[in-house]
Design a protein around this ligand. Structure first.
Ligand SMILES: NC(=O)C1=CN([C@@H]2O[C@H](COP(=O)(O)OP(=O)(O)OC[C@H]3O[C@@H](n4cnc5c(N)ncnc54)[C@H](OP(=O)(O)O)[C@@H]3O)[C@@H](O)[C@H]2O)C=CC1
Ligand SMILES: CC(=O)N[C@@H](CCC(=O)OP(=O)(O)O)C(=O)O
Length: 345
């Protein structure tokens, strides 16, 4: 069994990692951290795990973590992640970082959208953890930067069109909606029930920090700089992301033709499912699973293609994608421990 640790295990992505890794046949969780819950059994914080694990939360102590585990998931807020990742790597561990700290290749871009970076030297070597696009780099990496939730849904939704040169990249508009768990488990007024329930709002308009991450991936796929308009929205549901992407086609293509292209593109990808013509995805079709579902329509009236993609933000948008990356880094079967079907309805 491979020994793994979860740093930041008391958060929303942390508990999803616990749920997945407790059932993973090739790994054993040997260390979980939380500053606020240090000394408490995990089942006292998450009663859903009662009877399934005797683990007790430890404080964040790099030496302790590295002495107990070889693979570490850092499920910490950005900035807190880069305070521990370099020392974990120095201690010989492999790291899958769920934060944004190692996703952007250009330190100046990171510093423009986040804060000063304290381990710029690791940006070049970190593999961007979207297996469907960067599988080989992930297999070789000791540090994987797990993508953001919105960027995962958008990159998978647009990759076939962008790589095929089928759209005018300057026309891209992306409109995404996320469930409230995307904001994490720490107390914030904006995440309170009365603030979110029965409401629906846009936020981060023309300023959300996932914009440069999406532009970086689409730029790599097209070989050209890409600028997008990206607007996230907050949905009054616990989990799920739906991204609607609009772009002008450079030539006429019927919906059926584009769906055939997507089906071919993703034919060997076990976690990407393309809907047949006339059917579009719903966040409920992927909830609780590692799937990304994609549907699209070519609008001959406007010459635009409209792509709709859905993921579970806590799973393909975070924890299950992190486990998919770990499997690749360790040479395990890529879908090991990730075969759960979505929870429908
Ligand atoms: N929620 C989502 O849908 C997604 C989240 N992510 C990213 O994954 C990471 C974790 O997200 P999420 O689980 O939602 O966050 P939460 O706020 O739910 O959990 C954060 C965890 O980190 C610990 N923590 C917080 N601050 C620090 C610190 N300064 N030093 C050490 N530990 C700290 C917390 O425990 P304690 O305070 O007790 O130490 C807790 O265990 C973030 O970077 C987030 O952006 C990525 C994709 C999707
Ligand atoms: C609903 C909501 O608040 N979502 C978060 C995105 C969460 C996430 O995955 O982002 P990082 O991993 O890049 O932090 C937000 O908009 O900041």
């Amino acid at each position: 069994m491979i020994q793994v640790a979860i740093v930041g295990a008391s958060g929303y992505t942390g508990v999803e990692l616990l749920r997945l890794l407790i059932n993973h046949p090739q790994v054993e969780i040997t260390c979980v951290t939380s500053r606020q819950n240090a000394g408490s059994p995990i089942s006292s914080v998450f009663p859903s795990l009662l009877g399934r694990s005797d683990l007790v939360f430890d404080p964040v102590d790099v030496e302790l973590i590295a002495s107990r585990a070889k693979v570490i998931f850092t499920a910490l807020p950005h900035k807190a992640a880069m305070a521990v990742v370099p020392d974990l790597l120095k201690a010989g561990c492999k790291v899958v970082d769920l934060s944004a700290d190692y996703r952007l290749k250009d330190a100046a871009v990171y510093e423009q959208w986040y804060q000063p970076h304290t381990s710029v030297d690791l940006l070049a070597e970190a593999a961007y953890g979207l297996p469907e696009l960067y599988r080989e780099q992930i297999q070789e990496a000791r540090l994987v930067a797990n993508p953001g939730c919105y960027p995962t849904s958008v990159a998978l939704g647009l990759a076939p069109l962008v790589q095929g040169g089928l759209i005018d990249l300057s026309s891209l508009i992306i409109d995404s909606k996320s469930g409230t768990s995307g904001a994490g488990r720490s107390a914030k007024v904006g995440s309170l029930y009365c603030e979110v329930n029965e409401g629906f709002k846009a936020y981060g308009v023309a300023s959300h920090r996932h914009t440069p991450e999406i532009e970086q991936t689409l730029g790599q796929l097209s070989g050209k700089p890409v600028s997008i308009s990206f607007t996230p929205h907050l949905l009054p549901v616990n989990r799920g992301i739906l991204s609607t992407c609009y772009a002008t086609l450079t030539d006429k293509h019927a919906t059926g033709e584009l769906i055939e292209l997507y089906q071919q593109h993703y034919r060997n990808e076990p976690f990407v499912r393309v809907h047949p013509e006339g059917e579009l995805p719903n966040v409920a079709y992927v909830r609780g699973s590692n799937y990304c579902n994609i549907g699209l329509v070519s609008d001959s009236r406007t010459g635009r293609v409209i792509v709709v993609s859905v993921i579970d933000n806590l799973l393909k948008g975070a924890a299950s994608q992190a486990v998919q990356n770990m499997n690749l880094m360790l040479g395990l079967e890529e879908g090991c421990g990730l075969q759960d079907l979505p929870l429908f309805p």
